[in-house]
Write a protein that binds this ligand. Structure first.
Ligand code: HEC
Ligand code: HEC
Length: 357
């Protein structure tokens, strides 16, 4: 019973975001005028070593008040049509903000079928959002397909009405954005501000790179497998350093025929069928199940796929098309999994700044 209910709610929630962005474009000038808010305190985001500078939109500079507001909204089911689901329902911090081990996270892509939830981490560096890159920045994550615009409008109106008649939100929005009248523009900006601060950069692997931790022999052997072009060759796509991905869209040989068209849903190009955003492998030990459709429940299954399961999809990435089956022996595969486990960032998963306010 749980799944259909959440499916329905999620559709409403994302529909609301889609409209929020559309309206945000119209309201742009208005918000820009309001921008010089003396009451809002500028927030200095610390960029971790090894990460590039973060592109923060000039019309949504981070403030202490804006981030706190976005965090509260992220955890508040008020954003859903019947007040039961918040962003955090499917983006839960102990799982690096994924959906509690659920394979399908309900309704996000109501057009193309079910997909597995994605982590919320280091999004300020991601050039695109969703498995198919259907949105290009956090504010505009709503360039996703609109299936029922009328229903969306109703949902947006309802959400804004609820927020505007709330005993506390108008004051909080006034502090963050200089107006107690809550608009879709300010709503989405607050959530984006919080998301930009949700940064993971302190895994054991990061500590090892900084000389603060030592890898075990097994982990170190696993790193060799990860880097070796004739073994794992994982680094050619899930590039270590910073975000642990190059964000390119690729097909990694899950199926011969893709049921989910992936990137092609956005570009409509045949050459993009079955390609998905190369996911970051940070915190990978806690974000299962794996792949866009959550088909693998363990990292062992994932590594087995790369070792012997690659399917000859027409758009298969060249690195994998040339990969020899059984190139890793069972010891190497175990070592690789041990190395993947060093990507877990406990301080991120338990950081109170990202938790429920
Ligand atoms: C019912 C589950 C659910 C809820 C509620 C939910 N999400 Fe998601 N979220 C998902 C799924 C599933 C995906 C992957 C969708 C896809 O790629 O098609 C996703 C993807 C995302 C992404 C893209 C991440 C990336 O790396 O590309 C962001 C950002 C995001 N969600 C933010 C939010 C915010 C903010 C809210 C609350 C306003 C929210 N989500 C509510 C399930 C959910
Ligand atoms: C050619 C590029 C490429 C190579 C090489 C590659 N991957 Fe991937 N990987 C991807 C893509 C693309 C996806 C997403 C595929 C999907 O969901 O359809 C992915 C998904 C994953 C996932 C699931 C992540 C999640 O959030 O669900 C894991 C884990 C993973 N890869 C680990 C590895 C390991 C370990 C190696 C080395 C043995 C490796 N990958 C090699 C491109 C690659």
């Amino acid at each position: 019973m749980k799944l259909p209910k959440r499916l329905y709610l999620l559709k409403g929630l994302f529909a609301f975001l889609v409209v929020a962005v559309a309206v945000s474009a119209c309201k742009k000038d208005e918000v820009e005028e309001e921008e010089q808010i003396p009451s809002a305190t500028p927030y200095n985001l610390v960029i971790p070593a090894g990460f590039p500078a973060m592109n923060i939109p000039i019309d949504n500079e981070l403030t202490v008040e804006g981030i706190a507001l976005g965090r509260r909204l992220f955890y508040d089911p008020i954003l859903s049509s019947n007040n039961l689901v918040s962003c955090s329902s499917c983006h839960n911090q102990p799982m690096a903000f994924t959906d509690n081990g659920n394979q399908y996270s309900v309704g996000v892509d109501s057009i193309a079928g079910f997909r597995n939830s994605m982590p919320i981490m280091n999004l300020g560096w991601s050039p695109n959002l969703f498995w198919d890159g259907g949105a290009t920045n956090i504010e505009s994550q709503a360039i996703a397909p609109i299936t029922d615009p009328i229903e969306m409008h109703q949902t947006l109106d309802a959400a804004l009405a609820k927020l505007n008649s709330h005993p506390e939100y108008p004051t909080l929005f006034n502090k963050a954005f200089g107006s107690s009248i809550i608009t879709s523009a300010t709503l989405i900006r607050a959530i984006a501000q919080f998301e930009r601060t949700v940064i993971s950069a302190n895994s054991k692997y990061d500590q090892y790179v900084k000389g603060e931790a030592t890898l075990t022999t097994q982990e170190s052997n696993g790193m060799d497998v990860y880097m070796d072009v004739n073994k794992g060759n994982c680094n050619s796509c899930h590039t270590l350093g910073g975000t642990f991905t190059d964000y390119e869209f690729r097909n990694n040989g899950l199926d011969v025929v893709s049921t989910d068209e992936g990137r092609a849903r956005i570009t409509t190009l045949g050459g993009d069928i079955g390609k998905f955003k190369t996911p970051p492998l940070r915190n990978i030990s806690v974000t299962g199940p794996y792949m866009h459709d959550g088909r693998f429940t363990s990292l062992e299954q994932v590594v087995n796929h790369y070792n012997t399961g690659i399917q000859n999809h027409p758009n298969l990435a060249p690195q994998l098309a040339s990969a020899v089956p059984n190139r890793m022996n069972s010891q190497e595969m175990q070592d690789l999994v041990a190395f993947l486990n060093t990507f877990t960032d406990e301080s991120f998963l338990t950081n109170p700044a990202y938790g429920k306010p």
